[in-house]
Design a protein around this ligand. Structure first.
Ligand code: ZN
Length: 371
C-alpha cells in the first residue's frame, strides 16, 4: 500500500480515487515536443477531506512541468516575451501565466527586511494615459512595490505589506511634491515629517520651467523690437555651463551678463539650487531665506511663484541635507523598465505591466518549487 500525504497539511491520507487525465508540457526530448499524461490521485485526510495529492513534477495549477516552467522563467529574464513565446511555442496567455505565478511565488517567499531609504516615483504606462506608482528600495536598488494609479490609495497598499518594525525602520522617503503621496506617507510612516524629502531634481525642474516662462515672454518682447538674442536659447538656460563647448560657454556668459530678465531668472535658479551643496542646516536655512527674499522681489512673476512654493514646502526640502536621498530609481532599474515597456507591445493591460516590473526589478526568487 502506498502511503499518501494530504496536500494541505502533509499528514497521512487514504487513497480516494483518480482525477480524469491531465497533460503537462515538459522540456523537449531530443527535438520532440514532450507531454506528460497522468491521472492525478486524490487522497482523503481526516481533517481536510478529499484533495488532489501534491505532484512531484508540477505545481498545483500549472499546465507545465517544474523543469519546463523554470526554463521559461530563465529565458524571460534575458529575452523579450515575444521572443520566448516564439522559441518555446507558448501563447501570450501562457507567458503571462508563467510570469504571474513566478511573481506570486516570489512575493510570498520574500522576507520582511528593513527598507531604510526609499523613493516613490510614478511611471507612465502607454504614453501619458495611465500611471503606476513605484517604490524604490534605494539601498538595494530594487522595486519592492508597484501599483496602478498615482492616487493616495495607490501608495497606501504598500504600507500594508510591511510589518510594524519595518515601518519603524524607514528613515527617509524621497518623492516629488505630490500631495497624494505626502498624505499617504503622513498617515502611515511614524515621524513622517522629518522623513519626507522632496526630490532635488524635481525642484530643479520647477525652477527650470520658471526660467523658461520668463525667457519666452522676454523673447517675444525683444523680437518685436528686432532683437533675437534669446531666440532658440531655451536649452542653454537649462544646461550646466560646465558641460558646454568653450565657444557656447563664452556666448552664454555674454548673455548672462546682459542684465536681461532671463539672465536674472537663471541666476535665481542656479543660486536656489546651491542650497543642496550645503553640509549644515543652519547656513542652508540662512541661504534660503536670503534667496527667497530675492526671488519674491525679483518682479519676475514665474520666479515669485516658484519661490513661494518652495518656501511652503521648505521643511521637506531641507531634509535632503540629513538624508541625501532622491527618488530616482537606479540606472539599471530605469533601463530595465524602459526595456520592459519597449519589448512589451503585447501588454493588453496594466496588470501585466505591473507583473513585469515585479518580475524584472523586484529582486524576487521566482523559480518554481520542486518537491
Ligand atoms: Zn490534511
Amino acid at each position: 500500500m502506498i502511503q499518501w500525504a494530504c496536500a494541505e497539511c502533509g499528514g497521512p491520507a487514504k487513497w480516494y480515487d483518480h482525477q480524469p487525465e491531465r497533460q503537462w508540457r515538459h522540456l523537449d526530448t531530443c527535438q520532440y515536443r514532450t507531454v506528460l499524461h497522468a491521472r492525478p490521485p486524490r487522497a482523503e485526510c481526516g481533517e481536510h477531506g478529499v484533495r488532489v495529492v501534491k505532484l512531484p513534477w508540477a505545481e498545483a495549477s500549472s499546465r507545465f512541468t517544474v523543469l519546463f516552467e523554470a526554463l521559461a522563467i530563465e529565458w524571460l529574464k534575458e529575452a523579450s516575451q515575444k521572443a520566448v513565446a516564439r522559441q518555446m511555442e507558448l501563447s501570450w496567455e501562457e507567458i503571462h501565466g508563467i510570469m504571474e505565478r513566478a511573481v506570486e511565488r516570489g512575493l510570498e517567499r520574500r522576507k520582511a527586511e528593513k527598507v531604510a531609504q526609499m523613493g516613490i516615483d510614478e511611471k507612465a504606462f502607454r504614453r501619458g494615459h495611465r500611471y503606476v506608482t513605484l517604490v524604490n528600495d534605494v539601498v538595494r536598488g530594487r522595486v519592492p512595490y508597484v501599483a496602478a494609479g498615482r492616487e493616495q490609495s495607490s501608495l497606501d497598499g504598500f504600507w500594508e505589506t510591511l510589518r510594524p518594525e519595518q515601518l519603524e525602520g524607514i528613515e527617509a522617503v524621497a518623492m516629488d511634491m505630490w500631495d497624494p503621496y505626502v498624505s499617504s506617507v503622513g498617515e502611515h510612516v511614524p515621524g513622517a515629517n522629518g522623513k519626507i524629502v522632496f526630490d532635488k531634481f524635481h525642484i530643479a525642474r520647477h525652477l527650470g520651467d520658471a526660467v523658461d516662462k520668463v525667457r519666452r515672454k522676454a523673447n517675444k518682447l525683444l523680437k518685436a523690437a528686432g532683437d533675437d538674442r534669446l531666440a532658440g536659447t531655451r536649452y542653454e538656460w537649462l544646461k550646466n555651463p560646465v558641460a558646454m563647448e568653450p565657444k557656447d560657454r563664452r556666448e552664454f556668459a555674454e548673455l548672462r551678463k546682459s542684465g536681461l530678465k532671463t539672465a536674472r531668472a537663471w541666476a535665481l535658479k542656479e543660486t536656489g539650487m546651491a542650497l543642496f551643496s550645503y553640509v549644515y542646516e543652519r547656513p542652508a536655512r540662512k541661504h534660503f531665506r536670503w534667496w527667497h527674499n530675492w526671488a519674491v522681489r525679483s518682479r519676475l512673476q514665474p520666479m515669485i511663484e516658484v519661490g513661494r512654493m518652495l518656501k511652503r514646502r521648505f521643511e521637506n526640502i531641507i531634509t535632503y541635507l540629513r538624508h541625501r536621498v532622491t527618488n530616482a530609481a537606479s540606472e539599471s532599474i530605469n533601463a530595465k523598465i524602459q526595456w520592459v515597456k519597449y519589448t512589451a507591445r503585447g501588454f493588453r493591460n496594466l496588470q501585466n505591466f505591473i507583473h513585469a516590473i515585479h518580475f524584472h526589478c523586484g529582486g524576487l526568487n521566482l523559480a518554481p518549487a520542486t518537491h
